[in-house]
Design a protein around this ligand. Structure first.
Ligand code: NG6
Ligand code: CA
Length: 508
């Protein structure tokens, strides 16, 4: 038995070395899947230290792949992070890259370089399933006609999406360029300015709601849930919130089955654990932590099912999977859903300070794993990597040129072959930026509230300079700016070399 084990271990090791050699010199074209969660925190996975939640399927990706401890989104909110992921460009370079309403026009230019475009040039077929939130159309969109430009005009061959967020209208799926299941006799109208006459709202008709709004989510009511924005019509096309995870899973599985013969790229953007948290009845009560915990377990299950499909279709070992989240965690984010009350001992951001919306590390440092069965040997890596780097890194993998952007080729780190990756990063939260390098986080002085009151998250905003050694002081408790003026000066210079000197709204 022992001998058998060591032989199979040896064989696995040889396989890893052989595949790794292939990756080094000659480009290879594995399928590439990006599994992207929405508001999942650094501490929300058991593989990243959660003790109160068990996420076995996500853990496989972390424990049998490269688990990054310094993996970053570009922003502490969704739209800008997704912009960075797909374009390789810092979102703070694009003023439109901020949380968008469901009626916003597309903020990626159709002439811009994107990750799927680059992969298409390399011969990939490309698809997106899940949350988009990067705008659609070019202004005055008619939801009853072709919905373009959108994902298919910026590099995706196939697209099955929700337009913005689960808490924003329109609450329908978009299948390629059309609203899925729309009855032309019941056209959809959307407005973020005023209600449509006679339509109930969360504000005026609380008796029609099954989920109570806490802040901002008091416009049109769909499935008992009051949303952000007003919507009329489209009854047959409206999604069922509790089926959303299963629905997207089926689309993602079908995509794999339909495209397994070609190299494919799939951007699978799950909606969990963003609000409104609506676990399928199978998962209700399963975490003991209320809907936020339940939907994390649901997401974990979905990922397990998706992996099973890759295996059953015979493509698992030829598929590189990147797993991450668009921003850090948040508890109260617009609805009363027991996220705070039932949290218990769980720490969604792990040891990090802050969360979604925050300049502190909890806003942008997220779970980040790269898994490639048979090719990548498991490793915990503290290399500094960013989602924005996928463009240049995947280009290097598949032997394609990517347009020059902020994206850096960190492929050796992504494959676990090197600990060297980025030297520095300029991250953002709500348009305010900060600098991350080596052991340091430098947060320049800003005006604003130190607490995002509606979500009870520390924003990291202070009217004085903040400097933290995030290696020794992971929780950013000791601001050492005053004690280290020379370091502050040196880092500020490097930060300004990237960001420019007009980064702060506090006069120097
Ligand atoms: C905020 C919403 C929040 C969430 C967020 C977008 C309020 C008070 N808050 O404006 O609920 O929808 O936008 O989240 O309306 S994100 O993950 O897509 O960036
Ligand atoms: Ca998000």
């Amino acid at each position: 038995m022992k001998l058998k084990n060591s032989i199979s271990f040896l064989m696995a090791a040889i396989l890893v070395v052989m595949n790794a050699a292939a990756v080094g010199k000659n480009p290879v074209k594995p399928n590439i899947v990006v599994i992207y969660l929405d508001d999942l925190g650094y501490g929300d996975l058991s593989a990243y230290g959660a003790t109160e939640l068990n996420t076995p399927n996500m853990d496989v990706l972390a424990n049998e792949g490269i688990k990054f401890t310094n993996g970053y989104a570009t922003s502490a909110t969704c739209t800008p992070s997704r912009y960075g992921l797909l374009t390789g460009v810092y979102p703070w370079r694009n003023k439109k890259a901020k949380i968008l309403p469901g009626s916003a026009p597309l903020i990626i230019s159709t002439s811009q370089e994107t990750l799927p475009k680059m992969l298409k040039r390399a011969g990939y077929t490309t698809g997106i399933v899940g949350k988009w939130h990067l705008g659609l159309g070019d202004g005055n969109l008619d939801w009853n006609a072709d919905i373009t430009p959108g994902p298919r005009q910026v590099g995706f061959d196939y697209s099955y999406i929700l337009a913005a967020t689960q808490d924003r209208v329109p609450t329908v799926y978009i299948d390629n360029d059309k609203v899925d299941g729309l009855d032309p006799k019941d056209p959809i109208e959307v407005s973020y300015r005023k209600n449509f006459e006679g339509e109930p709202t969360g504000e005026d008709n609380p008796e029609l709601t099954t989920m109570k709004w806490h802040h901002g989510h008091n416009n049109s009511i769909v499935n008992g849930i009051p949303r952000i924005g007003y919507m009329k019509g489209g009854a047959a096309a409206k999604w069922t919130d509790t089926d959303m995870a299963d629905h997207f899973l089926k689309k993602a599985q079908a995509y794999v089955k339909n495209n397994k013969k070609e190299p494919f790229f799939l951007y699978y953007a799950l909606q969990q654990p963003h609000v409104p948290r609506t676990p399928h009845p199978r998962f209700v009560g399963k975490s003991g932590m209320g809907p936020r915990g339940d939907v994390i377990l649901e997401a974990d299950w979905v990922i397990g099912q998706f992996m099973k499909t890759l295996e059953e279709e015979g493509v698992l070992e030829n598929t590189l999977i990147v797993f991450s989240s668009d921003n850090g965690p948040v508890l109260q984010d617009g609805y009363y859903d027991d996220a705070i009350q039932k949290l218990g001992d769980h720490t969604p951001a792990g040891k990090l300070r802050g969360g979604k919306y925050s300049l502190f590390d909890g806003g942008t440092r997220v779970p980040f794993m790269v898994y490639w069965k048979g090719t990548i040997a498991p490793k915990v890596s503290d290399a500094l990597v960013c989602q924005m780097d996928l463009l240049a890194s995947m280009a290097a993998l598949v032997g394609e040129k990517a347009a020059a952007t902020d994206s850096e080729n960190v492929l050796p780190a992504l494959l676990g072959k090197s600990n060297k990756a980025r030297k520095e990063l300029v991250l953002e939260a709500g348009g305010k930026t900060w600098y991350r390098t080596g052991n340091w986080a430098l947060i320049p002085p800003y005006k604003g509230a130190s607490l995002s009151w509606h979500s009870l998250v520390e924003t990291g905003i202070l009217e004085e300079m903040q400097l933290y050694n995030v290696t020794k002081d992971t929780g950013e408790q000791n601001n050492v700016a005053k004690a280290n003026p020379r370091t502050v000066k040196k880092l500020l210079k490097k930060f300004e070399a990237i960001r420019g000197t007009h980064y702060s709204n506090i006069k120097k």
